[in-house]
Design a protein around this ligand. Structure first.
Ligand SMILES: [Zn+2]
Length: 416
């Protein structure tokens, strides 16, 4: 077998034949030519037999490594004039428009990005994290299920920070399918309007429930574009507020100890932070001991802790609507009587959103259904820190939690 024929079978690149192979110090270079005579626009299906001009365009793509060798594909392409996209370099079947990588290479990177961490990918594949970001943007754009917004009934809309300094993504999840189906940069009403704009009136009219936080933004947008849908409050937002209130009480008490000059006690108490904020079933032995001490000491901090735990247990136990209603009302009155300012405020907030909180229970949008996806999204966005753009961060979320089936190159080419 000739070397060009051997490489042709090895690389399995669609629509090309291998003209030559050469070894350079750090890479193998494979020169290919397109089989087809017609020129195809890289952005659309337009094709033409006519070249725009005779100037050739030298193009290079990185393909899957060959053992330890970096593998480069080169070709001389032609230019065409597309009635929609103007003068462009012709598209090739084995790479996406504007990419310096083959589809097989991008498939591998997208798969790795959905499964493993930044340093592993960058070292294994020898590209930097920003390049990973650009690759997954392209893969997500191509592979995301185009019908993902067609059958939505119960959805959640929420913001998540993808970077420090309060940079947010708004994500919409399909509660029934338990996946993220849509996202955009930014938060609040504007992001909500963007979603409903893309969803359109007909599909918006099919929504039964929309769950969200207690802020005014998404609610305003939902009421305007899907007035028939019930607005529900996701219980993890309610619990998060209680945790925040507890932390405020703890901090006030700690400041008080410090101002009284009791440095030792203040230091001990600072260490108690995690013992208080963690769920009791997740405490370490040392934290559990701190916990018992706090309990014995009683006082404002322990009261705040029992209030927060009481609220949390309302949503974790899988109780029915009647029970939850009784317990929520009991919580509101206990918190109001507690004389702890952060909890009095919390009680007011819960009272204001009582209907939405209960609607979530009634319609089955419970913590059990939303929490796993929510936790997964938060883990993923932490990995997206360091990306250059919100689009790349969003692509990583959709790649991992969205309706995408990623296929590895060898799974795609089952028959050589
Ligand atoms: Zn075109």
């Amino acid at each position: 077998m000739r070397v060009t024929a051997a490489f042709s079978r090895l690389l399995r690149l669609k629509g090309v034949w291998v003209r030559g192979v050469r070894f350079e110090p750090d890479r193998v270079v494979v020169v290919v030519a397109l089989c087809r005579r017609r020129l195809v626009c890289p952005e659309c299906a337009f094709s033409t037999p006519h070249r725009h001009d005779i100037r050739p365009v030298s193009s290079v793509w990185r393909h899957l490594d060959l053992g330890a060798w970096r593998l480069e594909i080169r070709a001389q392409l032609r230019r065409l004039s597309c009635p929609v996209h103007g003068v462009r370099t012709e598209g090739v079947p084995f790479a996406r428009a504007g990419s310096g990588f083959t589809r097989d290479f991008e498939r591998l990177v997208a798969y790795l990005a959905s499964r493993t961490d930044k340093s592993t990918i960058c070292r294994l594949v020898r590209i930097n994290w920003r390049t990973v970001g650009r690759i997954i943007e392209r893969v997500t754009r191509d592979e995301l299920d185009p019908h993902r917004l067609d059958e939505l009934f119960d959805i959640g809309i929420d913001e998540v920070s993808w970077r420090k300094q309060q940079r947010y993504l708004t994500l919409v999840c399909d509660h029934r399918a338990r996946r993220v189906v849509w996202g955009t940069e930014g938060a609040g009403e504007k992001a909500g309007d963007e979603f409903f704009g893309e969803l359109g009136a007909e599909r918006s009219a099919k929504l039964r429930a929309i769950s969200m936080d207690m802020g005014p933004g998404y609610a305003k947008s939902a009421r305007e574009h899907a007035p028939q849908a019930t607005i529900c409050i996701d219980s993890y937002h309610v619990v998060a507020l209680a945790t925040k209130a507890l932390d405020e009480v703890r901090r006030d008490y700690w400041n008080e100890l410090r101002s009284l000059g009791d440095q030792q006690a203040a230091k001990r108490f600072k260490d108690a932070r995690w013992a208080l904020l963690k769920n009791p079933e997740n405490l370490t032995t040392k934290q559990a001991a701190t916990h018992r001490k706090l309990k014995r000491a009683g006082g404002a901090v322990w009261l705040a802790y029992t209030l927060k735990e009481a609220l949390r247990s309302i949503f974790t136990a899988g109780l029915d609507l009647d029970d939850v209603t009784v317990l929520i009302d009991r919580f509101i009155s206990r918190a109001t009587r507690s004389r702890l300012a952060p909890f009095v405020r919390l009680a007011q907030t819960i009272k204001k959103h009582r209907e939405g909180i209960l609607a979530a229970v009634r319609l089955g949008i419970t913590q059990g259904r939303t929490e796993a996806l929510n936790n997964k999204v938060r883990l993923i966005t932490r990995r997206a820190y360091g990306f250059h753009s919100a689009k790349a961060a969003l692509a990583l979320v959709l790649l991992t939690c969205g309706p995408i089936t990623l296929t590895l190159p060898h799974e795609l080419h089952l028959h050589p």
